[in-house]
Design a protein. Structure first.
Length: 259
């Protein structure tokens, strides 16, 4: 019980330290700014069922910029800035194991980001489509799952960069160059390279799952040009690479010299 309480205490400290005003408020405000105008302008268009693919595009492409910046700042401050300002040294004197500290910080930031942007997705789904009957609520569950995979990959990548360099500024720059750079370097339909583009692979994966669900229930045929191989490639990239980066980050954390 003491171990559990200590872990929760570390998570609570991470929220107070890394999500204190104005970080949380700014992220929520930007997410709202990106989501609500789209809901207002395109409600009639999407509620008629004219473009199911546009339902997922409406969220993932509009919030991508904010999510990337939020991940860079939150995970960068949590690990990179903590190393530079020797906050990790203070926390490790608690005493607490490095693995437990790493998991507490990573899990807290992952869940907070997912909560904020998941809430934005819920607002969009409720306002636009959930009660219009265009997309079944179960299909919306697939979208939340893809969002979680997206946050997991971004968080793992940013954590790896900060721990590998032990810095805050440089990892943020590298992270932003990669996340936004691939949008210009890789054509959206250039598979399998386009799996590197999370701004495209996320909404296409969500649309693929919605199509699969729709056809499985026998409610009619619904097609997409996103093939099974494309979906597996995108899923493998987000989950596989995210898991590898997560484990490597954990190893670096446990072996890193903080003195």
């Amino acid at each position: 019980m003491k171990v559990k309480n200590k872990f929760l205490e570390l998570m609570s400290w991470e929220i107070r330290d890394n999500w204190a005003f104005p970080i949380l408020e700014i992220i929520i405000a930007l997410a709202i700014v990106q989501t609500l105008p789209h809901i207002t302008l395109y409600h009639d268009y999407y509620s008629t069922g004219m473009s199911l693919g546009g339902i997922w595009t409406a969220f993932f492409t509009k919030t991508f910029f904010v999510l990337v910046l939020s991940t860079a700042i939150v995970f960068g401050r949590s690990f990179g800035e903590s190393i530079e300002k020797r906050k990790l040294v203070v926390l490790l004197s608690y005493p607490v194991s490095r693995a437990r500290l790493f998991l507490a910080k990573y899990l807290t930031n992952l869940l907070m980001l997912f909560l904020v942007f998941g809430s934005a997705l819920l607002v969009e789904g409720t306002s636009l489509f959930l009660f219009d009957g265009v997309v079944p609520p179960v299909a919306w569950g697939f979208t939340f799952l893809i969002l979680l995979f997206e946050v997991f990959f971004m968080g793992s990548l940013m954590t790896f960069l900060t721990l590998a360099t032990r810095r805050f500024g440089l990892p943020v720059l590298v992270f932003l160059v990669y996340m936004f750079g691939v949008q210009y370097w890789i054509y959206p339909n250039d598979m399998p390279l386009s799996a590197l583009r999370l701004d495209v692979m996320t909404w296409r994966s969500a649309y693929y799952l919605e199509t699969w669900y729709h056809n499985t229930l026998g409610r009619g045929h619904s097609g997409t040009d996103f093939t099974d191989a494309n979906f597996v490639t995108a899923l493998t990239f987000m989950l596989g690479c995210g898991l590898v980066l997560f484990l490597v980050s954990l190893i670096i954390m446990r072996r890193m010299d903080l003195d």
